[in-house]
Design a protein around this ligand. Sequence first.
Ligand code: RB5
Length: 147
Amino acid sequence: MKVAIGSDHAGYKIKEDIKDVMDELNIQYEDVGCNCEDSVDYPDYAVPVAEKVANGEVDRGILICGTGIGMSITANKVDGVRCALVHDLFSAKVTRLHNDSNVLAMGERIIGPGVAKEIAKVWLQTEFEGGRHERRVNKMMEVESKA
Ligand code: RB5
């Protein structure tokens, strides 16, 4: 699996922590930035990560900002992206099982690094359940073609 990861200044520290998690799990990743805690604009990082997922350059994306909200709203505007904003372990697992989410967003001002790392681990290691959920995901994605 290959993952694209990005953050703004408010998510920079957790981005670095999650890169350590991916190193531990032997998961290949591409860091699109940002590269320090100087103030930047979250869409400048959400869009490249979302586009890499949408065009198949990577399998999944991870985005972190202060709340995760700006990142998730932006990522979900790119066709093909199903970005889940997650701050608990149950949602991390179920959004993979049921929604086949291909981008994970989190907020560094909402949760600490310990919880964020566990969420990333669970989300990266859980496979889509398919079955009745596939029908629902297909219906969700049909909204894009009607837009
Ligand atoms: C940056 O101050 C903050 O607005 C951003 O990280 C994020 O929380 C936006 O949704």
